[in-house]
Design a binder for this molecule. Structure first.
Ligand code: ACO
Length: 327
């Protein structure tokens, strides 16, 4: 059975925070951010706008594009590192907001690899015959866990949401041709939010120290990101039986243009011709990033039915993964 993307939806909040805005907040410059990351601006959720609000907007568009209603959805898998609350799952808030009353819903926490993980899980349910229609949603309100006093992280992240409807392919498209998931718990300390879980419940003291915000060892993450994404990308290509030269676009997790450029050299695929990036306009939106870029590429008329794409991602955990998809 081939499992295919039948509908795609995205949402970006209205407010835009530029590098110049950040210059007024921390000691940084547009020049530093642009040359080190490629990011020029990012979207920031409105006050009171939650991760599930953004997710519901993206999900409704995906349902409409798939030509189905929320009641047709059997499963919602939602990837996020910024849930509305610690309990219950953000997927359940989305279920209620879109009216997917026949679905069962749960969250997956795989940081920036959340889209690959959530999609792969949903694919397995469909292939097993347990589920006919799955809605995969990725939503991130990273502005809520960003330490706005830490120049090393606050320049990187943006908010946004994306969603896909997955069903058995109806035509001759191959859909998801392979998906490979990886993790290594040796590196749990490289990307973390320490406070708020059972190990370190919230106190006035740890909040005062900003330990409820995201912390990252950027240089170490950078070093591991390139090698991991290249090797998992090659593994996914091999599993799909697809040569790298058959790939129309690699759409990598949008974390840093220097990381993406290194992946392009190592895969020997031209950066301008075979990679689609929207990092300058949206920043790093963690699990939402790959579909936000895919939607832009489709909108720009750069992707046609039958094109083969390689998605690769890397994030906290560490987790990483890749997927070959024929659209
Ligand atoms: N503005 C100006 N200077 C800065 C800034 C800033 N915003 N941030 C750091 N600097 C300074 C540092 O203090 C340092 O100064 P020093 O040399 O005097 O000590 C200098 O710039 C260089 O710092 P580095 O950390 O070496 O900079 P680097 O080139 O590694 O870039 C970055 C940092 C952009 C964070 C990079 O390491 C990176 O992109 N890492 C990967 C991040 C990533 O991919 N995350 C993905 C997962 S995210 C997730 O899962 C949610």
């Amino acid at each position: 059975m081939n499992v295919a993307i039948q509908g795609l939806g995205t949402y970006l909040p209205e407010r835009i925070l530029t590098n110049h805005d950040l210059e007024a907040m921390v000691e940084t410059s547009d020049e530093w951010i642009t040359t080190r990351t490629g990011i020029k601006e990012r979207h920031i959720a409105a006050e009171g706008e939650t991760a599930s609000d953004m997710a519901a907007k993206a999900a409704n568009i995906a349902l409409e594009n798939a030509g189905i209603t929320a009641e047709d959805v059997d499963l919602i898998v939602l990837g996020t590192i910024t849930p509305d609350q610690q309990l219950p799952a953000t997927a359940c808030f989305v279920q209620e907001k879109i009216g997917a009353k026949n679905a069962f819903a749960f969250d997956v926490q795989a940081a920036c690899t959340g889209f690959i993980y959530a999609t792969s899980i949903a694919e397995q349910y469909i292939k097993a015959g347990t589920v006919k229609t799955a809605l995969v949603v990725n939503t991130e309100k990273l502005s809520a866990v960003t330490n706005w006093e830490d120049r090393e992280t606050c320049v990187l992240f943006g908010d946004g949401a994306s969603a896909v409807v997955l069903q058995e392919a109806t035509g001759d498209e191959k859909g998801i041709m392979s998906s490979i998931l990886k993790s290594d718990g040796k590196y749990t300390d490289l990307l973390r939010i320490e406070t708020g879980g059972s190990n370190e419940p919230v106190t006035a003291e740890n909040v005062g120290e900003n330990r409820h915000k995201m912390m990252m060892s950027g240089r170490e993450v950078f070093k591991l990101a390139v090698g991991s994404m290249v090797s998992v990308g090659k593994e996914a290509l091999e599993a799909a039986g697809v040569d790298v030269n058959e790939i129309k676009y690699v759409i990598p997790h949008q974390a840093n243009m220097r990381i993406i450029s290194s992946i392009s050299s190592k895969l020997k695929l031209d950066l301008d011709e075979h990679f689609y990036n929207n990092l300058p306009r949206v920043g790093n939106t963690s699990s939402a990033s790959i579909l936000l870029a895919l939607a832009e590429a489709i909108e720009a008329g750069k992707i046609e039915k039958g094109d083969k794409l390689l998605f690769v991602a890397f994030g906290g955990g560490l987790t990483w993964g890749a997927m070959v998809v024929e659209i």
